[in-house]
Design a protein around this ligand. Sequence first.
Ligand code: F6P
Length: 325
Amino acid sequence: MVRKGVQEYGLEFVGFRDGWRGPLEGDTVPLDIQAVRGILPRGGTILGSSRTNPLKSPGGGGRNGIERIKDNLAGLGVDALVVIGGEDTLGVATRLGEQGVPVVGVPKTIDNDLGATDYTFGFDTAVNIAMEAIDRLHTTAESHHRALIVEVMGRHAGWIALHAGLAGGANVILIPERPFDIERVCAYVQHRFQTRFAPIVVVAEGAHPVSEELATSSEQLDSFGHVRLGGVGQMLADEIEKRTGKEARCTVLGHIQRGGTPTAFDRVLATRFGVHAVQAVHEEAFGVMMALRGTDIIRVPLAEATSQLKLVPPQRYAEAEVFFG
Ligand code: F6P
């Protein structure tokens, strides 16, 4: 964005620190070409992140969070705001856009759960990290005759589990979209032991047994109203050990999936999104999100992209089920 914006359009950029906290507090960093050099191999964000939700933040002086952001943007002379993030971040961008702020969205989340785009950036990196972890776990599963459970992230969508599980040759993949029957999972595991191949169960943090609640590692809600998910992997390991008599262990990948250097796919996707986002700004095409459709980057209304989560459809899960057991 910065390269094209400066070179072709003569634009000037500032970066807001720590997600929505930056615009709320008017906290900026200079963002010229020098500042963005060498960031391709870096994971995370050079701007920082937070779970600040302006829709829940008091604005001070009788204003709400949105009004405070509008005042700060005007005070800083910002003509357009490019918002990079997932469902929560872009949900706020949608509201801002509806209230007249010129916004352009860029879809970034490891969860890949934003509607209207085939892929979000970050997802491919997370999947590759999880796949590599599964590859490594095969060694112990096979040599020690253990069932190994791998818990991956993804919140309420099973995309990371589905892709990493398929790529890593999982015995069974459990996703939030399809509540699981523990007896069936155990039958798959037993069968894999009979074939003398590694029983590796990949479970999404949001997966849950039929008629049981989500496993949560904390009941506290963040400012976007989300519980902290986690714990389903250990619960599964305990049940599998109890029901099959085989040793079962759980590995929770957690934030390892969000760390380190991005894959080539994510670097290219993020770069292309940036180039197209600044073009949208230049053309004053606001209220849109960049989206990947096939191999093309297109513009979609932000409201369309954030109105519904993109979940794993049954036919995609059925493709993976061919390899269960
Ligand atoms: O939305 C991205 C994500 O990594 C989810 O997969 C996960 O549930 C959540 O964020 C974890 O957030 P935090 O690091 O704030 O606990």
